[in-house]
Design a protein. Structure first.
Length: 453
C-alpha cells in the first residue's frame, strides 16, 4: 500500500500535466462552435482544480503552475469572444491620430484609408455588428493599453499576444495583492488559489483577453492600501481601476464606510480627479464622452444576455406587448438597482473590513440581478471579493457560467442552461445567507455612512 506522500508524489505531477494539456486543447484546438467539447473539458479542468487545492498547499509550486498555465494561454487566439478585434481597432485608430470616440467603425470603413488596407478590413469584418455600429465603450486608460501593441505591430496575432502579456502581468499583480490583503486580515493565504488557479479566471482573462483582470489588479491594490491606512495611494489606484472599467464606481460608497469622513472626501476627490484628468486626454470634447456613454447605454436598452430577473420580466412583458421590451424595462431596472445599492451602503451595519467586502459583493449581486447583460467575465469581481469572506456561491457561479456560451451555438438550449445556472447559484446563495445571517445586518445607522464617531 502506498502512503499519502507517495500518492501525492505520483498524483500531483499527473494533475499538473493533465490540466496543462486541457488548457492547451481548449485554447488551440477547440473552436467556438464546439460548445459541448469546450464545456466538458472545462468541467474536467474545474474538478482537477478542486482536487489540486485539496492535495497541495506548497505556495511556490502552486504559484509556478499558475504562471505556467497562463503562459500556455498567451499564444492562442481567443475563440469564445471576438471583443479583441475592437481592442485592436481602437489601438490602431490611436496610432493614426484618430480619437476612438469620434467615429463609428461603420463610418470609417467607408473611407479609402481603411477599406483599402487589408489589416483594417480584417479587424472590421471580425467585429460584431453591435461593435461596428457603436462608438468605443472602453475608458481612456484602457485605450492606451490597446495602443501599446498597436504601435509596435501590424498583425492581429502580435497584438493579441502583446495584450495578453499585459493581462498576464496584471493577473500576477492581483495575486500579489490578494496575498497581502489576506495576510493583513490574518486569513489563510491558501484562499487566494480560488482565484489564481481557477480555470474560469485563466480562460476569461489571459485566454479570452478580458481586461477585468487589469481592473481587479488595480482595485485590489486600492483596497490593500486603504486597509493599511495609505488611502491616498489607494485612491489613485481606484481612479485608475475605474479608467479600465466603470464598474468599480459602484464600490465607492463602501470605501467611504471604511474611511473617516474627512478621508472619505479626500479619497473621493483624488479618485474622481484622476479619472477626469486621464479622461480629458481623449474626452477633450464633451461629444466624445457622450459617445462612449451612449454605447454603454446600448447594453441597457437593446442587448440582453444571461440576465436573471430582467430575463424573466422581459420574457413576460415582451409576450404581453408583442415586441422586445428591453428598451423600457432595462433602464427602469438599472435605476432600481442603483437605489438598492445606495440603501445597502447607507443602512448596512459594517463592523470590520470583512463586512465591507460582503457589502461590495451584494452591491454587485444587486447590480447583476437587475442587469440586462451578465457576461461570464463579469462574475470575476464577485469571486475575488468573496475570497475574503465565507461565501462560496461565487465559486459555484464560476463553474456554471460558462454554460452561457451555449447561447452562440445552441440557442434553443440556452434558456435551460440559464435556469440551471441561476437556480443552483441562488440556492447556494440563499443557503449561505441563512447560515451567515446576523440580526444587526440591516441596522439603521445614518451616521455610519461616513463612519462618524
Amino acid at each position: 500500500m502506498m502512503t499519502k506522500i507517495e500518492n501525492k508524489i505520483i498524483l500531483l505531477p499527473l494533475i499538473f500535466i493533465v490540466m496543462a494539456l486541457f488548457y492547451w486543447h481548449i485554447s488551440y484546438e477547440t473552436l467556438n462552435q464546439e460548445f459541448y467539447s469546450f464545456i466538458s473539458q472545462y468541467f474536467v479542468l474545474f474538478g482537477l482544480f478542486l482536487v489540486l487545492l485539496k492535495i497541495e498547499t506548497n505556495f511556490k509550486r502552486l504559484l509556478t503552475f499558475a504562471i505556467l498555465s497562463r503562459i500556455i494561454l498567451v499564444f492562442s487566439i481567443p475563440e469564445l469572444s471576438p471583443d479583441f478585434f475592437r481592442f485592436i481597432w481602437d489601438g490602431e485608430l490611436l496610432t493614426k491620430g484618430i480619437n476612438p470616440y469620434a467615429f463609428l467603425p461603420n463610418e470609417l470603413i467607408q473611407k479609402d484609408r481603411f477599406s483599402d488596407v487589408v489589416y483594417m478590413s480584417e479587424l472590421y469584418q471580425n467585429m460584431t455588428d453591435l461593435s461596428k455600429g457603436n462608438y468605443s465603450n472602453y475608458p481612456v486608460l484602457n485605450q492606451f493599453i490597446f495602443y501599446i501593441p498597436a504601435a509596435l505591430f501590424n498583425s492581429v496575432y502580435a497584438n493579441v499576444v502583446g495584450l495578453k502579456v499585459i493581462v498576464l502581468l496584471a493577473d500576477l499583480g492581483a495575486i500579489y495583492f490578494l496575498k497581502k490583503i489576506l495576510e493583513h486580515l490574518k486569513q489563510p493565504v491558501q484562499k487566494l488559489w480560488f482565484y489564481a488557479l481557477n480555470p474560469f479566471i485563466l480562460i476569461e482573462f489571459v485566454g479570452n483577453l478580458h481586461f477585468e483582470g487589469v481592473m481587479i489588479f488595480l482595485l485590489l491594490g486600492a483596497i490593500y492600501y486603504v486597509l493599511i491606512n495609505k488611502w491616498m495611494l489607494g485612491s489613485v489606484l481606484l481612479g485608475l481601476s475605474i479608467q479600465i472599467k466603470l464598474i468599480p464606481l459602484l464600490l465607492l460608497p463602501f470605501f467611504f464606510k471604511y474611511l473617516k469622513w474627512k478621508r472619505s472626501i479626500g479619497f473621493l476627490i483624488v479618485s474622481v480627479s484622476l479619472f477626469i484628468l486621464i479622461g480629458l486626454i481623449l474626452w477633450n470634447d464633451a461629444t466624445y464622452f457622450n459617445n462612449m456613454m451612449k454605447s454603454i447605454t446600448i447594453y441597457f436598452t437593446t442587448f440582453e444576455f444571461n440576465s436573471s430577473l430582467f430575463g424573466i420580466v422581459n420574457h413576460y412583458k415582451s409576450e404581453e406587448m408583442g415586441w422586445n421590451s428591453t428598451y423600457i424595462v432595462g433602464p427602469v431596472l438599472s435605476k432600481v438597482a442603483t437605489v438598492l445599492i445606495l440603501v445597502l451602503a447607507i443602512f448596512r451595519n459594517y463592523k470590520s473590513p470583512v463586512d465591507i467586502f460582503k457589502g461590495m459583493i451584494f452591491a454587485l449581486m444587486i447590480y447583476y440581478l437587475f442587469a440586462t447583460t451578465v457576461h461570464p467575465w463579469y462574475v470575476s469581481m464577485i469571486l475575488v471579493l468573496s475570497i475574503f469572506t465565507n461565501y462560496k456561491f461565487a465559486l459555484i457561479w464560476t463553474l456554471l457560467i460558462p454554460l452561457t456560451y451555449s447561447f452562440y451555438t445552441i440557442p434553443e438550449s440556452a434558456l435551460s442552461y440559464r435556469i440551471l445556472e441561476y437556480g443552483l447559484v441562488f440556492t447556494v446563495l440563499i443557503y449561505e445567507l441563512i447560515i451567515y445571517w446576523r440580526k444587526d445586518v440591516l441596522k439603521l445607522n445614518f451616521k455610519g455612512f461616513f463612519n462618524i464617531e
